[in-house]
Design a protein around this ligand. Structure first.
Ligand code: B12
Length: 509
């Protein structure tokens, strides 16, 4: 089959801080797999091809679109595409992606439109109801996509035998097939098809996800997460299976990117990269054995169990300078309520080990869980102040957002059913907004929640800069020369980039 993958442009709020430039790893994996199965594959990367272009999104104020216009995307889709496969990762982008899908359907009336990704896995019904998408692939994509393409190639219109698909039958009825088992041998997957997507286009972008150390490549060492926190969609998306790749194959891939792209900075996107200490040690030793002059990081947020002094020193010795811990809350009551299986004492020991080893440490916290009380937020703030004194470098305090596909989303929806309309999606674009938040906690107003978030961050950074004045001067000098070593550097850069887009480059997508 002739299949074209589409990475839609990115939609974002003017006043939010969200990492915005990262080559589309999921599509690269799928494109490689479809090609291995004998299909003719093309990719249109709607972000990478115009990564520096930010324009106002005309359908909603204070929203920006990053990347190609719809007309440009359509012009790049091969005219003989039989299947157009659209990535639907982000719920917040749905109103824009829906318009794109409609435009694609109008331009390629004979092609079958399919979708996959986090958003498609959680809200497939809405996608099938509101757009011309014929089938959504649920969860891990490779095997399901391959079977779906086989069914299309055989001219089948009945997809009921393809596990892991939600679809509309010939009568327009809505069908959800049973889910598919996860891929057992992740080592058997072909390397992402970076020959079909130019990852280095993203080097022109100005805002990077992790610390910017050079020519960056996204990596994945493991798939899935063994935990089932009630605010996270990973169990619905990936089940609770954690599957690591063989460390030597991960390093082979890194070396390949060094040769092909001159890559020297690797950013791991894993849900929970560090689960087993033995895996991490084997990976680091492989890096040491091959003496690679690289930097690598895990900017997504990880767990503590496996990081002790020995691991932390090896991380640093092999080029991993930054580590992000995601305890989410410092209240044991809240951790239990959201089923975040974190032992704060162990995490604190691990943080100390990382700091002693010389790593830059960042924390991810969330305030505003529905079960949270004022005392819980006080505990989190107090703990953060202590962490700042201890020497932790950064914190990102987010407010709780009920993400589709999570148990908390379902629980909250039982009392007041969610309407995921355009307003809700547009609101979601601002979930990292510095100026507005929405509270899902009956005891906290929006204003109180915003105050709690800002206060927690302000206290942390104030103490951190007072205790370590050098860091403040470093921040100013990084801002002046556009260096992005920390997440704060990145956020400052992002606001500057957006401001410039609004003031100097107004236009229409
Ligand atoms: C890397 C990443 C990013 C990158 C880039 C993502 C990209 N375009 O590739 C960056 C840093 C830009 C990013 C930013 C954001 N992200 Co993000 N990100 C991730 C992360 C950590 C990893 C994704 C990944 O590469 N996984 C590895 C690959 C192999 O898996 P995959 O992409 O899911 O693809 C597989 C399947 O989904 C499926 N599939 C995917 N696409 C398609 C398409 C088709 C046609 C088919 C058939 C199948 C299919 O098959 C693939 C292979 O098995 C995930 C969490 C996670 N670990 O999954 C969050 C995640 C996707 N991000 C999320 C969010 C909320 C955001 C932000 C809004 C954060 C913020 N508040 O600022 C921003 C928004 C950016 C924007 N402006 O649009 C949420 C999305 C939830 C939702 N329903 O909306 C997630 C799930 C994290 C979370 N739980 O909160 N993100």
């Amino acid at each position: 089959m002739k299949i074209t993958f589409i990475q839609p442009p990115a939609l974002m709020a003017v006043d939010s801080y969200s990492a915005i430039t990262q080559p589309p790893l999921g599509i690269a994996y799928l494109a490689a797999y479809a090609r291995k199965k004998g299909h003719q594959v093309a990719v249109v990367d709607g972000v990478g091809a115009a990564v520096t272009r930010l324009q106002p999104w005309p359908r909603r104020e204070k929203r920006l679109l990053q990347g190609l216009s719809f007309a440009e995307i359509i012009a790049r889709v091969p005219a003989d595409s039989e299947v157009i496969a659209v990535s639907m990762m982000f719920t917040h982008a749905w109103p824009m992606v829906r318009d794109l899908v409609k435009a694609l359907a109008a331009a390629f009336p004979k092609a079958r439109l399919i979708a996959g990704g986090e958003h498609a896995t959680a809200l497939y019904r809405q996608i099938l109801e509101q757009s011309p998408v014929a089938a959504c692939v649920l969860g891990e994509g490779e095997l399901t996509l391959a079977e779906l393409l086989e069914a299309f190639a055989a001219g089948q219109s009945d997809l009921s035998a393809v596990a892991g698909v939600a679809w509309r039958d010939a009568y327009g009825r809505f069908v959800v097939n049973p889910r598919r088992r996860r891929i057992a041998d992740v080592d058997s997957l072909p390397q992402p098809a970076w020959d079909l997507i130019d990852p280095m286009l993203y080097q022109q972008g100005e805002v990077f996800m992790g610390p910017k150390g050079g020519r960056s490549m996204p990596m994945l060492a493991t798939r899935g997460c063994p935990y089932r926190c009630s605010f996270c969609a990973s169990a619905n998306m990936w089940t609770q299976l954690w599957r690591p790749r063989s460390p030597n194959l991960v390093v082979d891939e890194m070396q390949d990117y060094m040769r092909r792209f001159g890559a020297d900075d690797f950013q791991f996107q894993d849900l929970t990269a560090i689960v087993r200490k033995d895996w991490m040690l084997a990976f680091c030793r492989e890096l040491q054995k091959r003496r690679l002059a690289i930097r690598w990081s895990i900017p997504v947020g990880t767990r503590a169990e496996a990081i002790d002094r020995e691991v932390a020193e090896l991380l640093l010795a092999t080029g991993c300078t930054h580590i992000t811990y995601a305890p989410e809350s410092a209240s044991p009551r809240i951790l239990a309520a959201v089923e975040k299986k974190v032992d704060l004492g162990r995490m604190e020991r691990s943080i100390r080990d990382s700091l002693d080893a010389g790593l830059i440490v960042c924390l991810f916290m969330i305030v505003g869980f529905p079960q949270e009380e004022a005392g819980d937020i006080r505990l989190t703030r107090g703990w953060l102040r202590r962490m700042a004194r201890l020497g932790v470098h950064e914190v990102a305090v987010s407010t709780f957002v009920p993400l589709p596909g999570t148990r908390l989303f379902e629980e909250l929806g039982r009392s007041t059913p969610f309407v995921i309309d355009d307003d809700y999606c547009y609101w979601m674009t601002g979930t990292t907004s510095l100026t507005t938040v929405r509270s899902w906690n009956p005891r906290l107003s929006d204003a109180q929640l915003l105050r709690a978030k800002l206060l927690a961050m302000a206290e942390f950074f104030l103490i951190s800069y007072l205790w370590h004045p050098g860091r403040f001067w470093r921040l100013l000098s990084n801002a002046a020369c556009g260096r992005q070593e920390t997440k704060v550097d990145r956020v400052l850069r992002e606001f500057l980039v957006k401001l410039r887009a609004l003031i100097w480059r107004p236009g229409r997508p």
